[in-house]
Design a protein around this ligand. Structure first.
Ligand SMILES: Cc1cc2nc3c(=O)[nH]c(=O)nc-3n(C[C@H](O)[C@H](O)[C@H](O)COP(=O)(O)OP(=O)(O)OC[C@H]3O[C@@H](n4cnc5c(N)ncnc54)[C@H](O)[C@@H]3O)c2cc1C
Length: 475
């Protein structure tokens, strides 16, 4: 008899445990787990691990009791075994160990898997809404904090179950919220504060827990002092232009792309720094590098193609792409999305859940990406507000190197004020990068562009510069 080929879609706790069970029950089958996200990027990763019996009114109570007892005995045995730390979402290693295949891929339609597989098991969780049109499934948003408090040995839960403290193997989970119908994946700093205060009321020793990030939301960047007493455009512009032309850290090995000169104006100098101390060369070599490229169509994509060929996973965000997500070659994705400095208004988002503009923080959450080794942005004057948003939402710490094309011929989208205050704002944004330990290692003045600075031909400035920074804290 031919081998039975089984695909399990989804790598949360349901998909992986289903795959492992099938292995045990169907000897000799071939099994492939297909998922767009794996640990630590699934819903299952944030679950606290509580076992609470659900109630099924149509099932006789003795049967429900038996199910619950069997489940409890099974999980209790795992919890007390030597494999406890490898259970749950780490079962993926069990899948591989049993000869199973694991594929990273988004499935748009289960029929894609026909005829490669005889049986398809759908364990896509909330993904089922789109994948199989399950209109009854809905999200229940839960926000938690993970803290280091090894002295907490017992779980504590208030009567409603809304506030809880669950110690786990690696950390303690503090919760929570239960927000029905809310798809938002971004943590809310105000909610985190409330959770911490509710949990500390139950267990005061948690005030001593480390790793609690209690940063409040920032609403605006801190403006730098004026460049001089006159608060004039001259003073501001000279400080700014000097700043963007002064290299702050030496880079001995720049990517070949940086070798473009003024004599090859069509090729832009998208420079990355490959010095060993910044880790990027190693990431590329081990094929673990991730590049995000933000653009607005019609851009030259040689840099992206080159980085993909070198081994980077490249995601190009471009609203002019024809399909929602296109895998151009093994490592180069095109997404029909543009990066904005705000998410769509909730009313618009509700009508258009797959709206094509997003904040970078939202995209990172949706894609389950924690780190971007390189962020390249050519946003045609939207760069200032996007950069401001990255700073205010603390996204910078997730980025290894930044390459931004900046445009100086006008203030930029939603930047306003007198000319001197606009330049002071630009300068303050770039100083924020420095404060967060980003250092400028390459600056390119594009002489092929008009020599215009805030609509005037002054200061011998170009209207366009390409700047590259490295995050010196990057690990
Ligand atoms: C804060 C919080 C705390 C919780 N605590 C508990 C708890 O203590 N106890 C408890 O029992 N439950 C808890 N839950 C609920 C529990 O986490 C979920 O019910 C459970 O993780 C669902 O597992 P799953 O495998 O079905 O889904 P998921 O973990 O969401 O996995 C779905 C998988 O399918 C993949 N996928 C989706 N669509 C596609 C597609 N189109 N193509 C390819 N792959 C796709 C995803 O990438 C993912 O790998 C909690 C939930 C939250 C949010």
């Amino acid at each position: 008899m031919d081998t039975v080929r089984i695909a399990v879609v989804g790598a949360g706790v349901m998909g992986l445990s289903t795959a492992v069970c099938i292995f045990k029950l169907v000897p000799g089958c071939s099994i492939t787990v297909i998922s767009d996200k794996f640990t630590p990027e699934t819903t299952s990763d944030v679950a606290a691990g509580m076992l609470i019996p659900p109630v099924y009114p149509d099932t006789p109570i003795h049967k429900q009791k038996q199910w619950f007892k069997d489940t409890f005995d099974h999980l209790f045995a795992i919890a007390n075994s030597a494999e406890a730390k490898d259970a749950g979402v780490l079962l993926v290693s069990g899948v591989k160990g049993s000869g199973g295949l694991v594929l990273t891929r988004r499935v748009e339609d289960l029929w894609e898997l026909h005829p490669s597989f005889n049986i398809v098991v759908n364990c896509s969780g909330l993904g089922s809404k789109q994948l199989v049109g399950d209109m009854e499934i809905f999200p229940v948003r839960g926000q938690v904090l993970k803290v280091q408090a090894p002295w907490v040995k017992h779980f504590i839960r208030d009567g409603s179950g809304l506030t809880y403290i669950y110690p786990g193997i690696a950390n303690v989970t503090l919760g929570g919220t239960r927000q029905k119908g809310d798809w938002n994946l971004s943590p809310n700093a105000e909610i985190s504060k409330q959770i911490l205060s509710r949990c500390c009321a139950l267990e005061p020793s948690l005030r001593g827990a480390c790793d609690i990030r209690e940063k409040g939301p920032r609403w605006h960047i801190d403006l730098q002092p004026w460049a001089g007493p006159a608060r004039s455009l001259d003073e501001e512009a000279l400080r700014f232009l000097r700043y963007i032309s002064t290299i702050q850290i030496a880079c001995d090995h720049m990517s070949a792309d940086s070798l473009a000169t003024d004599s090859s104006p069509t090729k832009k100098p998208w420079s990355v720094c490959l010095d060993d101390r910044f880790g990027l060369a190693h990431q590329i070599h081990s094929k673990q590098c991730r590049l995000y490229s933000l653009g607005l169509g019609s851009d030259d994509t040689r840099f992206e193609v080159g980085m993909a060929n070198d081994g980077c996973e490249v995601h190009r965000f471009d609203p002019s792409v024809k399909s929602a997500h296109v895998l151009e070659n093994e490592r180069l994705w095109y997404h029909r999305l543009s990066i904005n400095w705000r998410d769509p208004h909730p009313a618009v988002a509700a009508q258009k859940p797959y709206s094509s503009t997003r904040k970078l923080r939202t995209i990172l959450n949706e894609f389950g990406h924690h780190k971007i080794d390189i962020l390249k942005a050519d946003l045609e004057s939207a760069e200032w507000k996007v950069l401001e948003n990255l700073i205010l939402e603390d996204v910078l710490e997730q980025i290894g190197q930044l390459i931004f094309e900046i445009h100086l011929h006008w203030p930029g989208f939603e930047v306003s004020g007198s000319d001197s205050s606009v330049v002071r704002f630009w300068y303050s944004l770039l100083k924020e990068l420095e404060l967060q330990d980003f250092r400028l290692f390459h600056s390119y003045k594009d002489l092929s562009k008009p020599q215009i600075f805030l609509r005037k031909n002054i200061f011998n400035a170009s209207s366009c510069y390409t700047l590259s920074w490295v995050n010196t804290r990057w690990k």
